[in-house]
Design a protein around this ligand. Structure first.
Ligand SMILES: NC(=O)C1=CN([C@@H]2O[C@H](COP(=O)(O)OP(=O)(O)OC[C@H]3O[C@@H](n4cnc5c(N)ncnc54)[C@H](O)[C@@H]3O)[C@@H](O)[C@H]2O)C=CC1
Ligand SMILES: N[C@@H](CC=O)C(=O)O
Length: 846
């Protein structure tokens, strides 16, 4: 995980413990197990305790074996056991490199499978499967995967040890659904695991399994491995518990229902528990119970992308801009309503209702009672609704026969939608926003329930409305902006600078002087080495330090808290945070399309001074524009032509008012303007170009200016605006760089400038003799684009330009006889940074 991305990634004490749990979906095959082993062994200062689930699908296979055994089908048992044996063998062979280690492990596995087979045959003979035997059989899945992981760790030279879960996790002994005795477990875990950890041994523990009465082995219910991890984390006072899963983290909702669902970077424990209860499948509802009142953060992180931070579940309350942080939909529900006047003021009706359902083993997902006490409604899984009705009719037989109760109404085809968030407490209007969003999308609310904790509001809706309901509520609470993307806050705009060169540093200097109500907040700086990021905004001190640091030529990653990453990685990592109206400002002169695409995909706006992205091949630029459109993002690029001059702005104004631009001409190179002015005054080329570089006019490689390529890019950007369909290769370019100087390293080129002095003096001499003035000129029409050196007469408008002056001439339908002319300095940090700032301010709330 990036060192600066979350608080949890701060350096930990040497003695700190990490608990890792790998879910079954992650442990699918040998390569997945190898990957898990790599994660366990990746260097960190803490000691690691590992909990594993059974390999993907193995628990179901073991349950099936138990069932076949119960009905006496030994053939099916044997086939399934052999299949499981082969699968585990394949993993063993895929994770171990030496024949000897493989042989030993395969032997161990064979013993375990032989015992499994014998046991299942015993069950088949008796045709009796007790809960105790079922648990014993099913626990084998986790035990086997723990054996595999231990062998894999040993094979990599680590010190690892299998620790039997039944000896560690003391429970209430309920087969199939045991719950840990936390105090007893705390004691045993510390006694057993602390000495191992002190000796730097990596303990590996089968999840889902615990110890019951008289040495019996029990299981903790489906999803119980999460519980094993949190129990161990609690007992060891771990610095964190990481649940490695096949999902990127806890999402704002089910992404299959709402494609714009986001990873929630941080949830409070109460929110996560509520979500788990209301059907977010990622976490077992009981998993967080051991952590009540103690602060051990739990991270749900993607196994496939171990660098991603996933979701932190902790006692913190962050993301306070979001009163609602997630919503959950549970489909396949039935609404059961018990109605009748006989309920009025009669104590115990609710208690009897729930007792009846509890005895029938039916779990109730939502309860609501009218304040008139005339009815109680509850949601149960639709497939249990007939059973629920029968149980209630039996319980209330007397009241029904006396007509004190009208009967049980059962509506199937229902779904529940619950919104969850700590910020709902005390924030008026949340329910009304939710109901309005639902009604605006035509969703009828059948019943409503709100806990007095105000942590959630749940509604019952028709199942067919689930998708529309989820989308509208997700939109209403801007959940597609959580953890990244743009939160349309009226008082904040978050800026990430890509490139901290001359323009970047000048922008950082002038930004605090902005006379706007909302000053853009610089949250991130990216250079070639990595990035510096703080979601709250980098402090003025940090920014000053970064400017000084970059000015001295050092990389950002040599600053404290900076993170090593490529530009696209940096954008992707920053985009996981909840930023307000984020903008990526590209101040490099590099091929940055991959980073820009990442930013657009996270709904960021883009400001470009870099010309390369928009002068890329047409297909790529069109795809970029389509991506921006799809994400409602804007790409502003005023400074790509004419630096701070209002070139794009004027073009937009012409077109918006119905004009049509027929051609664009002019001088758009500050460097070449300056150079030709100075050479015209008789200065040598080498001195003039040296000054242009020192004053910040040139591109990082001045040959981009001298070769005409910088002007060609600008010409292409302009030409494409007016309908040119070609690429950079279709622009006719005259290079002013002699052949011999074109491919040498830039440092060598800069040290040999004097060798070109004569050539330039001759060029200038010829022009002077002809009474002409040299200018590097562009001409762009919808069908042709050309850039090159011209010797113009002194009367020509371009001849009057001085220094870095640019001139852009728009010939339009309206300005046909007398074209629209924009003139002024077109290069240099001051004017360019001001132009970039203008673009940023266009995106900033007024
Ligand atoms: N200098 C000027 O007058 C004007 C410049 N521009 C454009 O502004 C951009 C920046 O110009 P300068 O600041 O003068 O250049 P510069 O060379 O001083 O700064 C560019 C910075 O970007 C960094 N960088 C390069 N590739 C990167 C990457 N892949 N990821 C992260 N960082 C990267 C470099 O390390 C450097 O610090 C250029 O595209 C230039 O064409 C536009 C108008 C005027
Ligand atoms: N190097 C460029 C800078 C602006 O785009 C120039 O000289 O014009």
């Amino acid at each position: 995980m990036p060192a600066r991305a979350t608080k949890s990634s701060r350096p930990v004490k040497k003695s700190a413990v990490d608990v890792f749990k790998f879910g079954g979906a992650s442990l699918a095959d040998a390569s997945a197990v190898r990957h898990a082993i790599g994660i366990i062994l990746s260097p960190r200062p803490s000691r690691t305790v590992t909990v594993v689930s059974a390999l993907a699908g193995v628990t179901d296979a073991l349950l099936a074996i138990a069932e076949w055994a119960r009905v006496g089908d030994t053939k099916a048992v044997d086939v399934a056991v052999d299949r499981l044996r082969a699968r585990h063998r394949a993993v063993a062979e895929g994770i171990l490199t030496t024949q000897r280690a493989r042989k030993a492990l395969v032997k161990e596995l064979d013993t375990a499978f032989d015992e499994l087979r014998t046991l299942a045959h015993g069950v088949a003979t008796l045709r009796e499967l007790t809960p105790r035997t079922r648990d014993y059989l099913v626990a084998r899945g986790e035990q086997l995967s723990a054996q595999l992981v231990v062998a894999g760790l040993l094979g990599r030279g680590a010190k690892a040890q299998y620790v039997e879960a039944a000896e560690l996790i003391r429970t209430d002994g309920v087969f199939g659904n045991a719950f840990p005795d936390l105090a007893a477990t705390d004691r045993v875990v510390r006694e057993r695991l602390t000495p191992l950890l002190r000796r730097k041994v990596l303990p590996v523990i089968p999840g889902f399994v615990g110890g019951g009465a008289e040495g019996a082995l029990v299981t903790l219910g489906r999803g119980g491995s999460d519980l094993t991890a949190t129990v161990l984390g609690r007992s060891l006072k771990a610095q964190r518990i990481t649940l490695w899963k096949d999902v990127p983290g806890l999402m704002t909702t089910d992404p299959r229902l709402v494609p714009s669902a986001r990873i929630v970077p941080q949830l409070n424990v109460r929110e996560a528990a509520e979500l788990a209860y209301y059907g977010a499948k990622v976490l077992h509802p009981r998993a967080l119970i051991p952590l009540a009142h103690i602060s051990v953060p739990v991270f749900v992180r993607p196994f496939a992308d171990p660098g991603a931070p996933g979701t932190e579940i902790s006692t913190r309350h962050t993301l306070q801009r979001y009163p609602v942080k997630a919503l959950s939909i549970v489909r396949g529900q039935a609404l059961v309503t018990v109605t009748g006047n006989g309920m009025l003021g009669v104590p115990g009706i609710a208690a009897r209702t729930f007792a009846a359902l509890q005895q029938a083993g039916i779990s109730v997902t939502l309860i609501t009672q009218a304040s008139s006490e005339h009815s109680i409604s509850l949601c149960v899984p639709a497939e249990r609704s007939a059973h629920a009705r029968a149980a209630l009719e039996q319980t209330f037989a007397l009241e029904l026969s006396r007509r004190e109760l009208e009967g049980m109404d059962v509506k199937t085809g229902m779904a529940t939608l619950a919104v969850v968030g700590l910020g709902m407490a005390g924030s008026p209007g949340i329910a009304s926003r939710m109901f309005t969003a639902l009604s605006q999308s035509g969703v009828n609310i059948v019943a409503i329930a709100q806990g007095s904790s105000e942590l959630n509001i749940s509604v019952v809706i028709a199942e067919r409305d689930a998708e529309a309901a989820a989308r509208s509520v997700h939109d209403e609470f801007q959940l597609d902006k959580i953890g990244g993307g743009g939160v349309r806050s009226d008082d904040r705009l978050d800026v990430v600078l890509l490139g901290v060169g001359q323009i970047g540093r000048e922008l950082l200097r002038i930004l605090p002087r902005t006379r706007r109500r909302v000053k853009p907040t610089i949250v991130g700086l990216i250079d070639r080495s990595g990035y510096l990021f703080d979601p709250e905004g980098l402090s003025p001190k940090q920014l000053l330090a970064a400017v000084a640091h970059k000015e001295s030529g050092a990389a950002l990653t040599s600053m404290p808290n900076a993170i090593r990453a490529s530009a696209p990685e940096a954008v992707a990592q920053i985009a996981r945070h909840a930023l307000s109206r984020p903008v990526l400002v590209d101040l490099t002169a590099d091929e940055t399309l991959p980073a820009i695409r990442k930013a657009l995909a996270a709904d960021w706006d883009i400001v470009l001074a870099n010309k390369k992205p928009l002068s890329a091949p047409r297909g790529e630029v069109q795809a970029l524009q389509a991506l921006a459109k799809q994400h409602g993002a804007r790409i502003l690029h005023e400074t790509t032509v004419g630096a701070g001059l209002p070139v794009m702005d004027s073009y937009a104004k012409l077109v918006e008012t119905g004009d049509k631009v027929l051609r664009v001409e002019g001088c758009t190179s500050g460097t070449l303007g300056f150079l030709l002015t100075e050479i015209g005054k008789g200065r040598p080329f080498s001195e003039a170009l040296g000054d242009a570089m020192r004053l910040g006019y040139t591109e990082p490689d001045p040959r981009d200016d001298l070769s005409g390529m910088d002007v060609a890019r600008k010409a292409l950007i302009l030409a494409r605006l007016i309908g040119f369909t070609g690429d950079l290769t279709d622009v006719t370019v005259e290079s002013l760089v002699p052949e011999a100087f074109r491919s040498m390293p830039v440092a060598k080129f800069k040290s040999t400038l004097t060798q070109q002095d004569k050539m330039w003096a001759d060029r200038q001499g010829t022009a002077t003799r002809q009474g002409r003035v040299l200018r590097y000129v562009l001409r762009a029409t919808p069908t042709a684009v050309k850039v090159g050196l011209q010797a113009v007469p002194p009367s020509h408008p371009l001849a009057g330009l001085r220094g870095t002056d640019n001139q852009i001439v728009f010939t339009t339908m309206r300005y046909r006889e007398h074209p629209l002319v924009i003139t002024g300095p077109g290069a240099g940090p001051a004017v360019t940074a001001a132009g970039v700032l203008n673009d940023i301010l266009q995106l900033t709330p007024a």
